[in-house]
Design a protein. Structure first.
Length: 72
């Protein structure tokens, strides 16, 4: 399953790249991309694991940029 989320308060392209790399390392993630230009996060993962993956992705994003939020 592929799902797209809006990001709030993503400050720079470098942070977006760091977030993308961190999210790709989460167990169950098949692919992920973070676009600074569109302020979007795309995650490809099994549907039954998606909720837990999004929670872990949100934590990873906050470690890199504390004000960044994932919005459904």
């Amino acid at each position: 399953m592929r799902k797209v989320f809006k990001l709030q308060n993503l400050g720079c392209a470098n942070c977006a790249a760091k977030m993308e790399n961190a999210i790709k390392k989460i167990d169950g993630v098949k692919d992920a991309s973070v676009s600074f230009i569109t302020q979007r996060l795309t995650i490809e993962a099994d549907e039954d694991m998606l909720h837990n993956i999004v929670e872990k992705a949100a934590k990873a994003c906050r470690k890199i940029e504390p004000d960044c939020r994932i919005v459904s």
